[in-house]
Write a protein that binds this ligand. Structure first.
Ligand code: ZN
Length: 211
């Protein structure tokens, strides 16, 4: 079975399927797969200037950058909920502005994800797993047999319900290591909005990843 979602292309097949048969299934579905991947690639490329008033996303809303000059330290602070004030030795140095934004994203992503995993794991009745921030360009989250969950810090740009869906998705994999009907039933029991969340990731995924 083929699915194209926020993880990219996933092929699931019965244990005993031969590699030739699996390759055959992919070949037969080539047009469909390419069309799906096209939708994924449809979002226009991100255009950031990393200068004063440039807009970035945070928890599904727009923030504008407010750059100030300060010789002491680079510091990013959220002001009035819609401006990210960044002090830098040289605010005209766009690489430094971008680096300060990424650092700020990562810090808030970690705090947000720890908080949400702590709240959502008990609802799925799984022990709170170890969390690592990931930078993978192709996936929002992953988990492994050592019960470690990795979540992409770039998710902090998405709306909170979308972040919660990805958290629930990975936690549900601690119970079901596949995308079976049972898996989606578990996801839906805690994240009934999961289709809208997938839609946001489909629509905005490439934009969020492009930083
Ligand atoms: Zn999955």
């Amino acid at each position: 079975m083929l699915t194209v979602d926020e993880h990219g292309l996933t092929v699931s097949a019965p244990w005993r399927s031969s590699e030739r048969r699996i390759v055959g299934v992919i070949r037969d579905a080539e047009d469909w797969v390419l069309k799906k991947l096209d939708v994924w690639n449809a979002f226009p490329a991100r255009k950031q200037t990393w200068t004063q008033d440039d807009r970035i996303r945070y928890l599904g809303r727009d923030l504008s950058l407010e750059l100030t000059q300060d010789t002491i330290a680079s510091l990013a602070t959220l002001r009035d909920g819609d401006r990210l004030q960044i002090s830098l030795a040289d605010p005209t140095h766009t690489d430094s502005v971008k680096a300060a934004v990424v650092k700020w994203y990562r810090r808030h992503a970690l705090a947000n994800f720890i908080d949400r995993i702590g709240a959502l794991a008990p609802r799925l009745e799984v022990p709170v797993p170890r969390l690592f921030l990931s930078s993978a360009r192709t996936r929002w989250g992953s988990c492994n047999a050592r019960r470690e969950v990795r979540l992409n810090w770039r998710l902090i740009q998405a709306a909170q319900p979308t972040i919660d869906y990805v958290v629930v998705h990975e936690l549900a994999h601690l119970l079901e290591m596949n995308h079976s009907r049972r898996f989606w039933k578990i996801v839906a029991s805690v994240a009934p909005h999961y289709r809208e969340a997938c839609a946001e990731l489909n629509r905005m995924g490439l934009y969020y990843m492009d930083i």
